[in-house]
Unconditional design. Structure first.
Length: 233
């Protein structure tokens, strides 16, 4: 796969198909850690030990190409992200995702053995509201098609099969209320906490925060850094 860009600037573009390229920035050295904007975390803390790749994904071109939205499936998304890992030359990588990015992290961890650790924020690994999310906005979006394909996903079986180190966290007040859906992120994580911990998950609820926790790298980075360090990537 061709890698385009400037090593000095640490900014890259990876062509993943004929009409789509994924921009991403790489900062730091060490084991690879992939994440998706805008929830990239505090690079100053994470890049002390990790080679952090922040993907600008999905791209503006994908969001604007309505005729291609139906192809925005977990298979497509995972393939695109693995394409970035290929371009970086890393056989394995840790992944941090928040909200929709957390869903992506779960899909990666259940579909490929290349994920060395997964930090899943703002989304419950068990009991997740996949069926509700396609109707979460007044009009269907590209994300609606993504969630459509997960309505019948064998969640419990898939989550039980994850073997890499794994962490799930959310703000203690995290309940998303949109046009036609209420997503009980924190309550669902709390309800399934014991079962997840029995499966080997590290589970954290951060007091005083709702879904905006993902935009607080000053809180998130110190939370996930010890987990990543303990994973000994």
């Amino acid at each position: 796969m061709q890698l385009l860009g400037s090593a000095a600037a640490a900014a890259w573009v990876v062509p993943v198909c004929a009409d789509t390229s994924i921009p991403f920035a790489v900062v730091g050295n060490g084991p690879a850690l992939l994440t998706i904007k805008p929830h990239g975390g505090d690079h100053a803390l994470l890049t002390e030990r990790y080679r952090v790749a922040v993907l600008d994904y999905p791209t503006a071109e994908m969001l604007n190409a309505r005729d291609g939205w139906a192809a925005f499936t977990p298979d497509r998304v995972c393939s695109d992200i693995l394409g970035v890992a290929d371009a970086m030359g890393v056989p394995s990588f840790a992944f941090y995702g928040y909200s929709w990015g957390g869903v992506v992290g779960l899909q990666l961890a259940t579909r490929t053995s290349r994920v060395s650790a997964g930090a899943i924020g703002g989304w419950p690994p068990l009991g997740a509201p996949y069926a509700e999310m396609p109707n979460g906005t007044a009009e269907r979006t590209m994300y609606s098609y993504f969630y459509d394909s997960l309505v019948n996903w064998p969640e419990r079986q898939a989550i039980a099969g994850i073997r890499c180190p794994r962490m799930a966290f959310a703000g203690s007040n995290d309940i998303i209320r949109a046009a036609h859906v209420t997503a009980r992120i924190a309550p669902l994580l709390a309800e399934h906490r014991v079962e997840l911990e029995r499966m080997g998950w590290v589970v954290r609820l951060v007091d005083g925060f709702a879904h905006e926790l993902g935009f607080r790298p000053d809180v998130v980075a110190p939370l996930i850094r010890p987990f990543l360090d303990a994973a000994k990537l």
